[in-house]
Design a protein around this ligand. Structure first.
Ligand code: FNR
Length: 380
């Protein structure tokens, strides 16, 4: 309504309202290597595309006259009262999507403005302390790529705790980098350019591994980073160690199988993050949303965050109905950042939420508690 009313006074919104336009305009704005990095997925991108189209198999069943004039989209996640069910998924070196290269700070400011928590990647361009300083009253989460050296992992987590992050997400689906043809073609690994790894390079334990400080030899430092970034041997025997990293709420990201979800929760993990990395890692073929219901069931009441393929308000509503406790978005906000910085991200978030809110109003589901699998009809 706000947008329609502004339109009556002749003011038109310049930023897009559909993902298709958002994507097209962001691609026209960003340099080609950044487009390839953000847009690219694994293999022929079947899984990446299926993540989005799989939502079409579900339809929301309209209910009438239930008194949905007022809606409440707030949630409680690990005791944190959040105004909306959205989260900003971790995006490594998202800073590069902003014209000034400091897109992590812009994302953190958008989190402060919107109340939508940012999950800051290990690979923020700016040091995590500087990112956290922008959060205002909005809680933030820190995402860890578990490095080969446990001392570096411990250093990152204790820095995140000291900086005021309220939860830790450990990503499990990136123990190896995926086969991404778009990046392979360009020989594109933005991080290896080095200048965008300030968070990593600011870590005191990581710095002890370098022959020369990054300020003197950024290329050599980036090569050490690439060899240390992820421990491919991480396995279930390390669960107790992961748990011991922090007393903050701890989530494991990339879990899509019910047995993995159960094992994690039984091992003391606080929450599951069901995701296939937006189809960037493995072109395995199953859209993440299809796996969400069994993961939710196996999590046995523990919070389940969902991402992969969310492009519109209807997707948020469907993921919540299928049991997600909160829904994260990736590429849509990266494109909002590219087009409009902090304001661009806030625009994307507000549009997604307005669309979800109106769907809930019109179809008669006034609160998130009203959204359950009975709200959906599965088409053959
Ligand atoms: C990611 N993702 C990601 N995940 C993570 O745990 N740590 C990271 O550093 C990154 N980096 C990253 C970079 C880029 C360019 C993208 C697009 C994604 C995955 C991300 O958190 C999330 O799982 C997906 O983006 C969700 O899918 P959609 O919303 O992009 O379809």
């Amino acid at each position: 309504l706000e947008v329609y009313l502004r339109g009556l006074t002749g003011v038109r919104e310049d930023l897009p309202f559909t993902f298709a336009e958002l994507e097209a305009r962001a691609h026209a704005t960003l340099p080609p290597d950044i487009v390839s990095y953000v847009a690219g997925g694994a293999g022929n991108e079947y899984t990446q595309n299926a993540n989005v189209t799989a939502f079409d198999r579900w339809g929301v069943i309209p209910r009438m006259l239930v008194g949905a004039a007022r809606r409440d989209l707030s949630i409680n996640l690990f005791g944190m009262a959040l105004p909306t069910p959205l989260l900003l998924a971790p995006i490594g070196v998202i800073g590069l999507c902003a014209q000034d290269g400091h897109g992590d700070l812009a994302t953190a400011r958008a989190a402060a403005t919107s109340g939508v928590p940012m999950i800051a990647s290990t690979l923020t361009v700016d040091p995590l302390e500087e990112v956290a300083a922008q959060f205002g009253e909005t809680p933030g989460f820190f995402q860890l790529y578990n490095p080969k050296d446990r001392a570096v992992a411990e250093s990152f987590v204790s820095r995140a705790e000291a900086a005021g992050f309220k939860g830790i997400v450990v990503t499990l689906d990136t123990l190896q980098l995926g086969w991404r043809p778009r990046d392979l073609k360009l020989g594109n690994f933005p991080q290896l350019k080095g200048h965008c790894l300030a968070n990593y390079f600011s870590d005191p334990v990581f710095r002890t591994k370098l022959a020369k400080p990054p300020e003197e030899d950024v290329r050599a430092a980036a090569l050490v980073w690439a060899s240390e970034l992820s421990d491919p041997t991480l396995n279930w025997n390390d669960l107790a160690w992961l748990r011991s990293l922090t007393k903050l709420p701890l989530l494991l990201k990339g879990i899509c199988h019910p047995e993995d979800a159960k094992r994690a929760i039984d091992g003391g993990i606080d929450g599951i993050y069901c995701s296939n990395h937006g189809g960037r890692q493995a072109n395995g073929g199953i859209p993440a949303i299809d796996l969400l219901p069994t993961v939710v069931e196996a999590a046995g009441g523990a919070p389940v965050v969902f991402d992969s393929g969310v492009r519109g308000g209807e997707h948020i509503v469907k993921a919540l109905a299928l049991g997600a406790s909160a829904v994260a978005i990736g590429r849509p906000y990266a494109y909002g950042l590219a087009l409009g910085g902090e304001d661009g991200i806030v625009h994307v978030l507000r549009s997604l939420l307005a669309e979800a809110d109106l769907l809930m109003a019109i179809d008669g589901y006034p609160t998130i508690a009203d959204l359950n699998p009975d709200a959906l009809h599965a088409r053959a």
